[in-house]
Design a protein around this ligand. Structure first.
Ligand code: PMP
Length: 378
């Protein structure tokens, strides 16, 4: 049976990306590779609306987070970590492992981080050197308003702002330079529509200066070492890069930098959630303004959702379950790839079938969703 991936990473890759990835290998020291690298850098600059280049590691997203932690935290560094889920916790844990002094602020699962929460925490911890934030919390489907959060920080001593953008970049606007972010980590296998294996790190001018004056707690993830090769006229990677994934990323970036791509992700997510609600599911993120355009978390008002998740898998559809304390309580459906009306109706129809005898809500769920789909096109 064909299986349809609806997991928030990895996501299905397009035919163009698969073909690009299957291209013949080239040497990673030479003009052809540098040309490919430069092409990717230009597209990343367009996507992030940034002037600087982006470091690309052969790693997953956790490697990119580790790189930020290794270069900017460590013993004696005061870190404020604001978390609204598993991945915020992970970023904190990595900084902790690197020896930083951590103050944690926790927001309950399904709720978003407000500018006020962060500004108050910074005022209460006025010696904070580094602030850790998550843009899109994949474990709950919360999208945090990074731009507003950063602009509400007290101006007298702005900490270095490091953001986990692993599940936002590519699917939602993420403009670190314009927003005043100092370090952004992301990965290939979600919004960037590329197979797993690349971790990306973007830094502000201020962060590059800070990194240059500090000993990094990692050899492989040392950003200053990367910078030397990254900013050559013919850029290269200090260590052997996964060349095939670079080809794949180059092709995928054409999709995510196309006009209207973010709007179509938003439209797909909102449409799907409207249909699921009409079927009786409850979005974990109650406040619409915090809902992710990449991944939607659903619960059932009266109980365990794991039977629905199991039924979907038996039907060939692959959602993600809940993680940690949310295991069995939520199901997560992703909209990173080119999900459109056919995929949405496929998933809603499967949910309708999966509810079986416990089916609730009206029989008009497809019409309810279609109205939203049509309305959002205007
Ligand atoms: N941060 C976020 C927000 C994520 O969604 C993930 C992956 N689900 C990670 C970090 C870790 O990334 P990886 O699994 O690629 O190491």
């Amino acid at each position: 049976m064909k299986r349809y991936l609806f997991t928030p990473g990895p996501v299905p890759t397009s035919r163009g990306v698969s073909l690009a990835e299957a291209g013949e290998l080239i040497a990673h020291r030479g003009a052809d590779f540098s040309e490919l690298f430069l092409r990717i850098e230009k597209k990343l600059s367009l996507l992030l609306r940034s002037s600087g280049r982006t470091v690309i590691f052969p790693s997953s997203g956790t490697g990119a987070l580790e790189s930020l932690a290794a270069n900017f935290t460590g013993p004696g560094v005061r870190v404020l970590s604001v978390s609204c889920g598993i991945f915020g916790d992970r970023f904190r844990e990595i900084a902790d492992l690197h020896g930083a002094s951590i103050t944690g602020v926790d927001v309950p699962p399904g709720e978003g981080v407000t500018p006020q929460i962060v500004a108050e925490a910074i005022v209460a911890n006025s010696g904070t050197d580094v602030l850790l934030l998550t843009h899109n919390e994949t474990s709950t489907g919360v999208l945090n308003p990074i731009e507003e959060i950063v602009s509400a920080l007290p101006k007298w001593k702005k900490p270095l702002v490091l953001v986990d953008g692993v599940s936002s970049v590519g699917a939602m606007p993420c403009y670190p330079e314009e927003w005043g972010v100092d370090g952004l980590a992301t990965a290939s296998q979600k919004g960037l529509l590329t197979p797993p294996g690349l971790g990306l790190v973007w830094l502000s001018e201020r962060a590059w200066e800070r990194a240059a004056g500090k000993k990094c707690g990692s050899y492989y993830f040392d950003l200053v070492r990367q910078k030397k090769d990254l900013y050559k006229d013919a850029p290269e990677n200090p260590y052997t890069p996964p060349v095939s994934l670079y080809y794949a990323l180059d092709a995928a970036l054409d999709t995510v930098t196309a006009d209207g791509w973010f709007a179509t992700r938003r439209r797909a997510a909102d449409t799907f959630v409207a249909g699921a609600e009409a079927l009786g599911f409850k979005p974990l993120v109650a406040d619409k303004k915090f809902r992710s355009a990449g991944v939607s978390a659903l619960s059932l008002p009266n109980g365990d959702i794991s039977d629905v998740t199991k039924s979907l898998r038996a039907m060939g559809l692959e959602p993600a379950g809940g993680q940690g304390a949310l295991r069995g309580k939520i199901m997560r459906i992703a909209h990173y790839h080119d999900v459109s009306w056919p995929e949405i109706s496929l998933m809603l129809g499967a949910l309708y079938a999966a509810l079986g005898s416990a089916r609730r809500g009206s029989g008009n769920f497809i019409e309810a969703a279609f109205d939203v789909w049509e309305g959002l096109a205007k």
